[in-house]
Design a protein around this ligand. Structure first.
Ligand code: SF4
Ligand code: MSK
Length: 640
């Protein structure tokens, strides 16, 4: 079906049109084929947790108001929602656990292809666990830290130590409300237990456990993953790169890495320019090897190596449809099994590498970290061997954009304060004096259920115009990169005068690329550092700050949203969570929950209004903090 994308980048528009002309399958077709989607599922009113069901609640007519067991709409929707939290948190946190295993291997295997690149970061991380590096060699130290972290994933009592990095006032809220997470595994398992037939039926009690599970991810599994990736692969620093399908080269072997875990792609990034491999590519008729990324694996290797991004989540099959992708190698998460159908029309080799993610029609080359270089080289060689097999039409849209990526919690710190005085003071002062109105995290996926990129771009541009500094992760980062919002010059085009002045003074883009979706933990740390710097309240919930995921799709996004809310952040999404048929639950998570944790959900499908809601919240917090009026006039003036 012909579909017009009004907001998407030009490369996507052109490729989608070609796909329609050539009758190539796309995610948009598969989405259309599913219409109309199940109304009960959309409203969160179906349950198949036992075989007395499946049950569904009739929200409007004379049909049943409870399931066979008597579960109400609120119970059913709350159970489903927190299972989503458990699933999303499990994905991120299992990624974090894998990174801890890599650290353990560094400690145990003297021939490991990995090393600790940022000892300072590992030392700082280890301190949280009461481990000192004194008198230990790197391997001994790495092993001790990894063992302690891995133990924590499954501990039965106590609490996740990284939670202590939050502002003390926030930790107190978690303790008093009873949601300080004990461990990743314990919270996920307990969530699955409570949502069984005949266990927890109290929607508030269910959400409380959901909040605790989300925190186990945000301040646990995800944060551990980010910290340890920085320690092993290096803490990112601002780095120039490019984004969009135009980064691929017709006369090169194009190897695309896709997924989330960077352990393999890091090695591929390092060895892909190996002299022997480049010579081999030349012998096969190519001029060299071009590496590119899709989804969050792309974010990971762009922010550490400057490897360009080929596209975001919605562009994975469009990349293959260029006809020049010699191999797409995937790890875990956000990979469509439907890629097989597209790849069958071209010569592209699809390769899975994780035993956790095999897909029909994909070749499987299992990745083992103890043979990382050997396996990475084998994968690149297979991509080279496939170069002469190009068969279909080849077309690379000449569309790409420059980007400055790689802002970590630490590098924002240095940028703002300068090399000699690393501090968040200039940022806090800019907010206090009214140059910057506030801070926003705009993150997350894209989804065929909205006009691709409309949500991300509208929300981000509206915030910038109103002097809000934006931190971005995941596929929002890729959208912002493709549309030129992640260059320092973008401030002059899109930002209000106050934000422009700040960006000019320190050389920052107005939208900061802070990494993959795992790295939302970096945004939590930035907010914590702003609180610690002083003058803006005692807790994250005091800050003039808000979050958004305008085009969310994954269960991981639900977990992220909940851990931001549990951390005190006002969080706006476009399409509502699947629970609109549960009135009491809706009232709780969009209103009353603020009394418990300081943050709440907001659903707003009009993206301009979504940004305005964030601005109203930011202004409310500015008023409560008695901050100065804004220095310059801004387009959005909330009604009094
Ligand atoms: Fe139906 Fe209750 Fe079983 Fe769910 S748990 S399927 S609502 S009987
Ligand atoms: S890749 S989880 S579509 S952000 Fe992280 Fe993008 Fe969402 Fe996947």
């Amino acid at each position: 079906m012909a579909r017009e994308l009004k907001y998407a980048d030009k490369a996507t528009q052109v490729m989608l049109k070609r796909a329609e002309e050539q009758q190539l399958p796309t995610i948009w077709d598969r989405y259309d084929a599913q219409q109309p989607q199940c109304g009960f599922g959309t409203l969160g009113l179906c349950c198949r947790h036992c075989s007395m069901g499946p049950c569904r609640i009739d929200p409007f007519g004379e049909g049943p108001k409870t399931g066979v067991c008597g579960a109400t709409a609120d119970t059913i929707a709350a159970r489903h929602l927190i299972r989503m939290i458990a699933a999303g948190g499990a994905a991120h946190s299992d990624h974090g656990r894998d990174v801890a295993h890599t650290l353990l291997m560094i400690g145990e295997n003297p021939d490991s292809d990995y090393t600790v690149k940022d000892m300072k970061k590992l030392r700082a991380f280890a301190e949280t666990y009461g481990i000192s590096s004194e008198g230990k060699d790197v391997r001994e130290f790495a092993k001790e830290v990894a063992e302690e972290v891995l133990k924590e994933f499954g501990q039965q009592t106590g609490f996740i130590r990284m939670t202590e990095k939050a502002p003390p006032a926030r930790v107190k809220i978690w303790k008093d409300f009873g949601i300080l997470p004990r461990s990743v595994d314990r919270e996920v398992v307990e969530t699955m237990h409570r949502t069984n037939i005949g266990v927890d039926a109290d929607y508030k009690n269910l959400i409380k456990q959901g909040l605790r599970t989300s925190l186990a991810d945000g301040w646990g599994g995800s944060m551990i993953g980010t910290e340890l990736e920085d320690a092993i692969f290096g803490t990112p620093n601002p780095i120039a790169s490019e984004a969009n399908l135009g980064i691929m080269k017709k006369d090169h072997v194009n190897l695309i890495v896709h997924g989330h875990e960077p352990t393999l792609s890091e090695i591929i990034a390092v060895v892909s320019q190996d002299k022997d491999l480049v010579e081999k590519a030349k012998a096969r008729g190519a001029k060299g090897i071009q590496l590119g990324g899709i989804c969050c694996t792309a974010n990971e290797i762009m922010m550490r190596h400057g490897i360009p991004v080929a596209g975001s989540y919605m562009q994975q099959e469009l990349a293959i449809q260029t006809g020049v992708v010699d191999m797409m190698v995937v790890d875990v998460q956000c990979i469509w099994p439907g890629l097989r159908e597209t790849a069958q029309c071209f010569h592209t080799k699809l390769v899975t590498t994780s035993p956790k993610a095999k897909m029909p029609g994909f070749e499987h080359i299992e990745f083992h970290e103890d043979k990382a270089v050997e396996i990475a080289k084998g994968i690149i060689e297979a991509a080279i061997d496939n170069f002469p097999n190009r068969n279909g039409s080849q077309y690379i849209p000449d569309v790409k954009e420059g980007v400055v990526a790689g802002f970590s919690t630490e590098s924002v710190f240095q940028f703002l304060g300068g090399t000699y005085r690393s501090t968040y003071r200039p940022l806090n002062d800019a907010i206090i004096t009214g140059r910057i109105r506030g801070l926003a995290g705009v993150v997350g996926c894209s989804n065929p259920n909205v006009d691709f990129e409309e949500g991300h771009l509208t929300v981000v541009k509206e915030l910038l115009a109103n002097d809000v500094l934006v931190a971005s992760t995941g596929c929002n980062s890729i959208t912002c990169a493709k549309h030129g919002l992640m260059q320092p010059e973008a401030a002059f085009k899109y930002a209000g005068k106050g934000l422009q002045e700040v960006c000019r003074a320190v050389g920052l883009p107005p939208v900061l690329h802070m990494g993959a979706c795992l790295d939302n933990s970096r945004i939590l740390r930035v907010l914590t550092n702003v609180v610690a710097e002083g003058g803006l309240g005692d807790d994250i919930s005091d800050l003039p700050a808000a979050g958004a995921a305008p085009e969310w799709m994954s269960e991981k996004a639900v977990t992220i949203g909940f851990y931001f809310i549990a951390s005190g952040v006002y969080t706006v999404i476009g399409k509502p969570l699947p629970m609109m048929g549960a009135p009491k639950l809706y009232k709780y998570i969009t209103d009353e929950i603020e009394q418990d944790v300081g943050g709440k959900w907001v659903f707003e499908e009009n993206h301009v209004e979504a940004a305005h809601k964030m601005l109203r919240h930011i202004d409310k917090k500015r008023k409560a903090l008695k901050l100065k009026p804004m220095m310059y006039e801004q387009p959005f003036k909330p009604e009094e």
